[in-house]
Design a protein around this ligand. Structure first.
Ligand code: DGJ
Length: 736
């Protein structure tokens, strides 16, 4: 078992990390260690007890003026008790003011992993070395309990945390802040790496030094958002891809979130993360419980690359449930950028026929097939097939597509409603609009009140009815606006602060029902591209449309940022037409293919308009992707040359977990006269292995793994704008 309890010291071991807590003589649960794997020494000897002045002393500290929660590292710091730093809970336990003081009550451990009601959570399978520790804290005065849950995934070097609040008192309890985790580190000088952006520019990578004070990231948008991602890294100054220490914290939540990192007066660092608390308020009746979303934490002493691999492996093994996880995902063509709203069955079939002849596997019919939906001003909510527009029923269209040899997928945006829709005319109160005020529109649409059961039932009925009407194997679940005025007609006035979290719970419950009914459905998440690319959504959808920006060059930075936390098999990426629809850039079709193969591969253009030469390139791309599919889906991913730090070339690699084969891609982003050569080094090979090296399918020579990793290879000089190259190596005995 990865959990060792020695009297009042709780040590959690994964194969390469150790996490430790201790209940001190005042009953406070201290955080004593998180870092490289070590022994069970009680690391509280590293804590300094000293009177810093003006720091509060809890009643249990008696005359000890040096004992203050304001300076102690803790597992779950709360507002009250004299800790003035960022905290995990601000609760009114019936006194009329926010004040709480938590002390240890009890604990239990068990093999396997706890689950969370109504929320995504990582899971274990029977054989896995995964254990749970539950620690129960109690308010010093009231029958109010905080259950801290820890999941220890030994083989994957991740530890999950979640929190359940339990009101066992006779009073109503309320809170306006609940964070899922606190990471107290006993030093400062950390860099924070985070992923910011905007629509079509998601997950740009930024590294910044933490300073004395609070650094914070937040989404107030009702979704995890394009602007910030609920994943953050704390890294030592000298940490790079291959060496140095770093921590990752990922929140499994698709709504607004809040992350704060504070460097305090004694040069300690505290990171907290949880539900966005900017407009949050929750009331817990006597007997009531509240579950805060899970976080997944990891520590790496092998640099950022090691940290990413921990997340990639853990998410793949313990978060993605889909039956598509192990199966080969279809190479699809999506008609959005090919037609936008302007299509009928004939047009779709012409794309499908071409797709089949080029070796693709699936056609996805995007926005515009339902209700009155020829622009984005109308139709959302009316999930009835527009047979007049298509020129046939959906069943007929799908039959024809299946006959051509393709699977069929379809787009929905279930959480939304257009004012110009039958649904809105019948149920205006289902849209979130603050009474007596004009609605706040975005993309000319309103958001459905997902907290309502009748709304959830309507969505399920419509989804199920369409999915039952034809042979549909894939759904793209889109969400194209943020939530501005969150309001539910069903919630009492004083509880509107619960709305945003209840919305996310409503969303999760519909997704759960969808997957329960169609366990083999391939669900692709989407929110105007990657506006809801988070670990919460990956529990439901094994792949997410990474960005509405399909320009291969901009995708280098977007996919690079995404790769820190999320396995590349979750990153949906398509080849689109040139000039690119988002920025007008022209890139070679070869490069567009190589960039899209970094993730789950597809096309998003009118294949029927391609030249014969282009079709031949596409045919080879599809063939090559399928040939190397296992490497892309199950291999280790390495960021070799960063598009943020290097403006000449971006390089990444997939290596088989046993080092038998690898694929390295290089995309040039600048050109020079009299250009110099770049050398890049492979990773993850067997040093003594003898490899055959192929460049763009052509045999180049034989090298040892040591030569490829220590010496490297010379990249060819690019011959045109955005030129690219793909190298493949395999052990000689495994070739073919
Ligand atoms: C936003 C998505 O990201 C696009 O791919 C497309 O599905 C549109 N919505 C359709 O409205």
């Amino acid at each position: 078992m990865g959990i060792i309890i020695n009297q009042n010291v709780f040590t959690l071991h994964t194969d390469n990390s150790t996490y430790q807590m201790k209940v001190d003589d005042k009953g406070i649960l201290l955080h004593t260690y998180y870092g490289q794997r070590t022994d069970e020494t009680d690391y509280s000897y590293l804590i300094t007890i000293a009177d810093r002045g003006f720091s509060g002393n809890i009643p249990q500290s008696g005359d000890e003026r040096g004992y203050s929660l304001d300076t102690l590292p803790q597992e779950f710091p709360v507002w009250g008790g004299g800790d003035f730093r960022v905290n995990c809970l601000q609760a009114d336990l019936g006194t009329g003011v926010n004040d709480c003081l938590l002390v240890f009550d009890s604990y239990k451990t068990y093999h396997g992993k706890y689950a969370l009601e109504g929320l995504p959570a990582m899971f274990a399978s029977g054989e896995d070395r995964v254990d749970t520790l539950e620690i129960l804290l109690k308010d010093y005065y009231e029958e109010f309990y905080v259950r801290l849950l820890y999941g220890v995934f030994e083989a994957d070097d991740v530890i999950t945390r979640a929190v359940v609040l339990e009101n066992k008192s006779q009073k109503d309890i309320s809170f306006n802040r609940i964070m899922s985790t606190c990471l107290d580190i006993n030093n400062s000088g950390w860099d924070m790496i985070h992923f910011y952006g905007r629509h079509a520019q998601e997950r740009q990578t930024e590294r910044t030094a933490l300073f004395h004070g609070i650094t914070e990231l937040r989404s107030t948008r009702g979704a995890s958002s394009h602007q910030h991602n609920p994943f953050v890294i704390l890294a030592e100054k000298n940490t790079n891809e291959e060496t140095g220490c770093c921590y990752g914290v990922s929140l499994l939540y698709s709504g607004g979130f809040h992350m704060q990192a504070e460097v305090d007066q004694t040069f300690q660092t505290r990171l907290v993360m949880g539900i966005d608390d900017s407009d949050f308020f929750w009331r817990l009746k006597p007997g009531g419980k509240f579950t805060a979303p899970e976080v997944c934490m990891s520590y790496s002493s092998t640099g950022l690359s090691g940290l990413s691999r921990n997340y990639h492996n853990a998410i793949f093994k313990h978060l993605i449930r889909s039956t598509w996880k192990e199966k080969q995902r279809p190479v699809l063509v999506n008609n959005w950028e090919a037609t936008y709203f302007d299509f009928n069955a004939k047009k779709i079939l012409s794309i499908a026929e071409e797709a089949a002849s080029l070796g693709l596997d699936m056609l996805v019919l995007d926005d515009g097939w339902f209700g009155k939906r020829d622009t984005d001003f109308s139709g959302l909510g009316d999930w009835y097939v527009n047979e007049e527009k298509l020129g046939c029923s959906l069943e007929e269209l799908v039959h024809k597509i299946n006959d051509i040899g393709l699977m069929f997928g379809i787009w929905f945006e279930p959480e939304m409603i257009s004012e110009d829709s039958k649904l809105y005319r019948e149920h205006p109160d289902w849209a979130m609009v603050v009474p007596g005020r004009e609605p706040v529109r975005a993309r000319s649409q309103l958001v459905l009140d997902m907290t309502r059961e009748d709304v959830q039932e309507y969505i399920k009925e419509r989804l199920f009815s369409v999915l039952d009407s034809a042979n549909i194997q894939y759904v793209k679940w889109d969400m194209n606006r943020s939530i501005a005025a969150a309001y539910s007609a069903k919630l009492p006035g004083g509880q509107q602060g619960e709305m945003r979290h209840r919305y996310v719970l409503g969303l999760y419950s519909v997704l759960e029902a969808l997957l329960e009914r169609y366990p083999d459905l391939l669900l692709e998440g989407c929110s105007g591209g990657g506006g809801r690319f988070d670990a919460g959504m990956l529990y439901y959808s094994p792949q997410i449309w990474c960005s509405d920006n399909t320009d291969a060059v901009e995708r280098l930075r977007i996919q690079y940022g995404t790769s820190f936390a999320y396995p590349m098999s979750t990153v949906s990426a398509h080849v689109s037409v040139c000039p690119n629809h988002q920025n007008g850039r022209v890139t070679p079709l070869k490069t567009r293919g190589i960039c899209a193969m970094q993730g789950t591969f597809g096309y998003e253009l009118d294949l029927s308009k391609m030249t014969e030469e282009e079709k031949s390139i596409v045919r080879n791309q599809v063939k090559s992707f399928k040939e190397h599919y296992r490497l892309f889906q199950f291999g280790n991913y390495y960021r070799i040359v960063s598009p943020v730090e290097n403006h000449d070339v971006t390089v990444w690699e997939y290596a088989d977990k046993n080092g038998k084969e690898a694929c390295l891609a290089a995309v040039f982003t600048d050109l020079y006269g009299n250009a110099i050569s770049h050398i890049v080094k492979f990773r993850g090979l067997c040093p003594e292995g003898k490899y055959k090296l192929f460049r763009d399918g052509e045999f180049e020579g034989e090298y040892t793994g040591a030569a490829l990793m220590q010496g490297g290879i010379l990249l060819p000089v690019p011959k045109e704008d955005y030129d690219s190259f793909q190298f493949y190596v395999c052990l000689e005995e495994d070739e073919g």
